[in-house]
Design a protein around this ligand. Structure first.
Ligand code: ACO
Length: 326
């Protein structure tokens, strides 16, 4: 059986760090509130002169170098993002040009925070169908231009950053993606929106849709997110014939430490088997899992043979999980 293995990862975030104390000067919030409710201590926010590809291109280059794969060997680029440099060309095509990945087809997957897991799932299916294919999956967002700095309930949560992974068919039948599933529920889309930024606003005066910033119903989202991730984690484990005890490390979506703890609790996994870096980056949307995975690998927390579980949840609503034997 052909399995898609992750050969290398890379991640980069803009260099400007914004601490909770910095936010105290801008809005009615406190370091204590943010830390207790979210676990976030600082996040990276790009400068006004910076754009998505300024951090995504270097992240992809590191992933290629770590994998030992040249850009011309890549046959497919999947970019999980909703905040690429421009509406057209796509982020995937911008990465293709910047990397010199001349043989790749490239496209974006717009599934908010779930973009990287959606991308891994697409790569898995493509590689099973075309075992010679090498795929670059990028995941990252630069949400800062869409943050409403006057809305403390969302402004403290998000940051900019992302990462990438290079995948190819594994020679070792035990290594690679064991199971990967994606899910959506558009009926709950209203819980997390950037509503006034699409074709519904292109013609005519529709002031009610004029809000171009992130809006969120946080408490409701929290509950749906934990429940949905728990279910999909169970599904990928069952498909692989494994249980939660077989999981060496969980690298979850980094939206909120309490959400990660609630998921670990319900799932019966102790926090020492969960990788967390939300304290330093906040919620980077499609960037959270590739940033965390890359850091976990480089810190030696993910070793060859380990079973790694990556659950995600985001706007759409979208969610999913990828289970990999490293
Ligand atoms: N600083 C200080 N006070 C604040 C802040 C802030 N930044 N934000 C809200 N508050 C206040 C509220 O106004 C409210 O005050 P009130 O009681 O006087 O009305 C109080 O704190 C409690 O607000 P809640 O919204 O009930 O706080 P809650 O405990 O639910 O935490 C949070 C809010 C952190 C947003 C939580 O609901 C959450 O994490 N939800 C998930 C949202 C999320 O992660 N979204 C990201 C996208 S989806 C995803 O990635 C999974």
């Amino acid at each position: 059986m052909v399995r898609a293995a992750i050969l290398g990862t890379g991640s980069v975030a803009p260099s400007r760090a914004v601490t909770n104390r910095d936010l105290e000067d801008r809005m009615d919030t406190s370091d204590a509130w943010i830390t207790q409710r979210t676990g976030i201590r600082e996040r990276r926010i790009g400068l006004p002169t910076e754009k998505w590809s300024d951090f995504m291109l270097p992240a992809c280059r590191i992933a290629l170098e770590t994998a030992g794969v040249g850009p011309e060997e890549i046959g497919l680029i999947v970019a999980g993002t909703m905040t690429a440099d421009m509406r057209m060309p796509s982020g995937g095509c911008v990465l293709q040009e910047g990397l010199g990945a001349v043989n790749a087809a490239a496209f974006d997957v717009s599934s908010a925070c779930s973009g990287f897991v959606y991308g891994l799932t697409i790569a898995d299916r493509f590689i099973r169908a075309e075992p010679d294919l090498k795929v670059l999956v990028a995941g990252g967002d630069m949400l800062s231009p869409w943050i409403d700095w006057g809305d403390r309930s969302t402004a403290v949560l998000f940051g900019d950053g992302g990462g990438a992974a290079v995948l190819a068919a594994s020679d070792d039948p035990d290594r690679g993606i064991l199971s990967s599933r994606i899910r959506s529920d558009g009926t709950l889309g209203r819980l997390l929106t950037i509503a006034g930024d699409g074709s519904q606003l292109a013609f005519g005066d529709k002031p009610e849709m004029g809000n171009r910033k992130i809006r969120m119903i946080g408490a409701e989202l929290f509950k749906v997110a934990v429940r949905s991730m728990e279910t999909v984690c169970g599904e990928v484990l069952a498909e692989a014939g494994l249980t939660d005890e077989d999981v060496d490390i969980v690298v979850p979506h980094q939206a909120n430490l309490r959400m990660i703890q609630a998921l670990a609790d319900r799932f019966g996994v102790s926090m020492d088997r969960v990788f967390v870096n939300v304290d330093r980056y906040g919620n980077t949307s499609a960037g959270t899992i590739p940033l965390a995975l890359d850091e976990a690998v480089r810190a030696g927390r993910v070793r060859r043979g380990d079973v790694v579980l990556m659950p995600v949840f985001g706007g759409g609503l979208t969610w999913g999980a990828t289970l990999v034997r490293w």
